[in-house]
Design a protein around this ligand. Sequence first.
Ligand SMILES: Nc1ncnc2c1ncn2[C@@H]1O[C@H](COP(=O)(O)OP(=O)(O)OP(=O)(O)O)[C@@H](O)[C@H]1O
Length: 297
Amino acid sequence: MLHAEHLTKRYGRRPALTDCDLTIPAGRLIGLVGPNGAGKSTLLQLACGLIAPTSGTLRVLGSRPASTPAHLARVGFVAQDTPVYASFTVADHLRMGARLNPSWDQALAERRIAQVGLHPGQRAGRLSGGQRAQLALTVAAAKRPELLILDEPAAALDPLARNGFLGNLREFVAELGASAVLSSHLLDDVERVCDHLVVLSGSRVQVAGDVPDLLAAHHRILAPRDELDRLPTGVEVIRAERADRHVRVLVRAAGGLPPIPWPVEPVRLEELVLGYLTRASESSAAGAAPSAGEVRR
Ligand SMILES: Nc1ncnc2c1ncn2[C@@H]1O[C@H](COP(=O)(O)OP(=O)(O)OP(=O)(O)O)[C@@H](O)[C@H]1O
């Protein structure tokens, strides 16, 4: 679905993405997480061809993003501010979608508009933020893209609408064999629906992979404080936190955890994400942001 090599984007001298290598298989629902300014929107805008890389390469669905009209038709995008045309009605948006998109699904669009309680005659400029997001999401989904790119899609939705939207998104991906990538600060949402995770921080990929593989490779260990250096080789310490005379350690053991003499527990996705984000923020405060694959002991 997406393949990036040494992907770098700078705005003037400010780095937004630095030397990112990423391979994401098709048919996944991908969660893109990271703190403010991490580079999430930049990656999504590169993926749909709105901006071009400074260096490195990016291929989406096998081609350079937005390289042809046919390629554009295969990708749907909803930007962070869920733009709509203020003077158009809801029905005008659907008419426009039908004119512009060869695989437009009018039945899906009308069903969704009714489901979320929008009236076809309402002007988009008079909709609430959440209603505008629902309209933008409907136009993107009714295009029936192979890849749906959503920049913080659920941020403006109320809890019930968010719940319904995430359920629909999962069905959409499963039914059509499509892929979707969504950036989000809501780790619960990501944990609930995503089966692939990309963690960005400080313009670099910190960790990426299928969620079951990531959960299988990470563990929480409670080790005596002075014995951390006895961890077997191949076990990477992501984050260590002091707890009395012990250290609570998040570790990654990609090839399976060798036997160790201390208590080992599984980790939840939220803990895993926070471990990488904390490590990145501590390293950047110390003057060097680590990225995926860099081993710290
Ligand atoms: N058009 C632009 N011009 C200059 N700098 C930009 C531009 N867009 C983004 N940046 C900078 O690039 C970096 C990454 O921004 P980006 O919007 O990709 O982050 P983000 O992870 O989506 O953040 P947020 O979670 O706050 O939406 C930031 O330092 C930001 O200030």
